[in-house]
Design a protein around this ligand. Sequence first.
Ligand code: ZN
Ligand code: ZN
Length: 96
Amino acid sequence: MVRFWVLIAIVAAIVFVVIWILDDADLPRHEKLEQIEHDVVCSEGSLSGCAICLEAYVACERRATISSCGHRFHAHCIEAWLRENNSCPLCRHRLV
Ligand SMILES: [Zn+2]
Ligand SMILES: [Zn+2]
């Protein structure tokens, strides 16, 4: 009878680990963020702006470039955008 409970415990442990792994397998967001290059640009003027919040760039703030299509946005804007979407907000280039 003890063996039965040991078996139950092992099965429960396996189920727990599988759920944990599946939960952790929510990787697309991670992959998306890996395709973004962060930089801080201080020299650029205010000619261009962020297409997400439509505000002009201020010198020396943190920006992020999507490496596959080259479009640049505020770092915090593109991070928030990619939490809900899988594509570039400007050209719809898919990241996942
Ligand atoms: Zn922005
Ligand atoms: Zn793009």
